[in-house]
Design a protein around this ligand. Sequence first.
Ligand code: PLP
Length: 425
Amino acid sequence: MWCRRLLSSSLVWARPVAPGGGGHRAHSALAQLTRILESQLDAIRGAGTWKSERIITSKQGPHINVEGSPGGILNFCANNYLGLSSHPEVIQAGLKALEQFGAGLSSVRFICGTQAIHKALEEKIARFHQREDAILYPSCFDANAGLFEALLTPEDAVLSDELNHASIIDGIRLCKANKYRYRHMDMRDLEAKLLEAQKHRLRLVATDGAFSMDGDIAPLREICQLAQKYKAVVFIDECHATGFLGPTGRGTDELLGVMDQVTIINSTLGKALGGASGGYTTGPRDLISLLRQRARPYLFSNSLPPAVVGCASKALDLLMESSAIAQTMAAKTQQFRSKMEAAGFTISGREHPICPVMLGDARLASVMAEDMLKRGIYVIGFSYPVVPQGKARIRVQISAVHSEEDIDHCVRAFVEVGKQRGAIL
Ligand code: PLP
């Protein structure tokens, strides 16, 4: 009955216009929807902010093939920081998990979606970060969507850096806590907001560990000092840090020596840790237990597929066996940053493999990225509204598996294109 009703209502859309009938009403609604969509799409095109997607026809890696570009392309715009996205052992681990545990669970975790490999990966993530426990999500976007609402009530306060990732902003929107937004990495402003927030039961300071648009690293030592002074809990999003920042790749908290002062970490399995997908929260055991009971993306979305779990688990094994890959990042990042600066470019941030080449003008960023592709280098220009007006840039991302020659090749191409377009002298 239900199916038949559904079928007949969907048929209305296909029926020719019958004046005065249900078909007419449905059709005019469709026409109205189409007009709204067209005007929104035109506005995006008109603003010059249309994002088109290039189609990769090979595995992800430092060398890729891109549809429409003959020959191999050097890839400098993936979050594949350690090159594990197509590491043979990671792929084998994914295949093995697929064979042994199947394609997927057809269930959320608490119904019948928990396999031994999910528990083992959670335990491994907690061990990697030296925290008590961890919980997996379909993505870090979901981890950020689940955390704040489950943890904070109207009695509490959350203090968030103004340039935090969209998923933190959305997660905070979902919770009923009192919201304070402090100026980007501005410790005076954070202190003022912490003082104001003393009236609330609990204070949570939320920041990206590393900011993906500017390649800058949160001043975690200072944040932790303020958190101690004003009794606040510190949360960091480590998507652009896990696996490669710090001497053993544990992240920003390790880099800045505050692993014992950051209470909650969210991160992704979709960047340095094999690049498939998935996210997690790691922290105190009771917090993780609460999230299993309350976090909506965990309760109402399917379990991570076994192949994805297998890949991430192997990526963590590789990192825990040796810090060698993580340690090559710093030298390669330095090679790119220093050669580009010597050529006259301004590179935002410091020490992070996200190296934004600051150009200012949106059109210049876009044409230079196109020119780079013609020279076999894949980079992307970012402009407003993704970054502030007048701060357009090309974001270059260094990976541990770029060779020194790859990096020199990229710098040479930037210098050529930059001179032609008048970006440098
Ligand atoms: N947080 C930050 C800082 C990110 O850069 C991203 C991804 O771009 C996310 C969260 C979302 O991660 P995921 O792709 O696992 O949903």
